[in-house]
Design a protein around this ligand. Structure first.
Ligand code: HEC
Length: 218
């Protein structure tokens, strides 16, 4: 019951903040988006052993699929139906709203972390940097890329997995020949300290971190 009440409060805050952030004139906001953060009082204490890891891994993989759908499939749709400029609006706002609603429904926190980030809010913590570097080393050694469950600084279990660049992503994260000047201009307006360009295809771009705040690792 407490959880439900909490969810409703968060949802109300999330929805009202989305409204505040949406400009009347267009679909693109002028400031970086702050995702909702789910906080759970009295989390269940668990041990991170093979069986709990496996259970969280299965759940996280399913969730990652849903989130990827929100980010990628819908983005494709916006690009084909409305064009690349509108799609920036999607990345800047709509994708985050979808991700926020998944956070609320599933009681998880979702982060797309990157060292070379576009939105400074997506910067990596020290621990995330270490985990990401491990992924990059694995990639350089051509090891199979597989997500992992580990505890974060707050002892919450987190699913981490690398995000790879695909051809489509170059339109907004590639070099100056790949990113159309109008798109580059819009991105610059929204993200004056953008570091997320000049990536190449099939290169690690960043990392998903899906946190389960309902648990605390012993
Ligand atoms: C239409 C332009 C566009 C396309 C296409 C695009 N992105 Fe982005 N990307 C953005 C914008 C805008 C942001 C900043 C979102 C925010 O404010 O958090 C972003 C942020 C990110 C982030 C979060 C870290 C950061 O840099 O802030 C990752 C990771 C990312 N994109 C990966 C990808 C991948 C992988 C693809 C291809 C599957 C892709 N992007 C395609 C525009 C785009």
């Amino acid at each position: 019951m407490k959880k439900l009440l909490y969810t409703i409060i968060i949802l109300t805050i999330a929805l009202s903040s989305c409204n505040n952030q949406t400009t009347k004139s267009g679909k693109i906001k002028t400031e970086a988006y702050r995702p909702v953060e789910i906080v759970v009082d009295n989390p269940t204490v668990i041990e991170l052993n093979d069986s709990t890891k496996e259970a969280l891994f299965t759940r996280a993989k399913w969730l990652a699929k849903q989130i990827k759908f929100a980010y990628k499939e819908e983005l494709h749709k916006v690009v084909t139906e409305q064009g690349m400029l509108e799609a920036i609006g999607f990345c800047n706002e709509r994708a985050m709203e979808i991700s926020d609603s998944l956070s609320v429904v599933h009681q998880i926190n979702i982060k797309r972390a990157a060292l070379k980030n576009r939105n400074p809010l997506n910067a990596m913590t020290e621990k995330e940097t270490k985990i990401y570097k491990d992924f990059v080393i694995g990639w350089l050694n051509k090891a199979p890329m597989k997500g992992r469950i580990m505890a974060n600084e707050l002892n919450q279990p987190v699913y981490y997995n690398v995000i790879m660049m695909q051809r489509f992503c170059l339109k907004c994260h590639g070099n100056s020949e790949e990113v159309n000047p109008e798109v580059a201009q819009k991105i610059k307006e929204l993200y004056p300290i953008d570091r997320a360009t000049d990536f190449t295809i099939m290169q690690p771009r960043g990392m998903w971190a899906i946190t389960f705040p309902e648990y605390s690792v012993k």
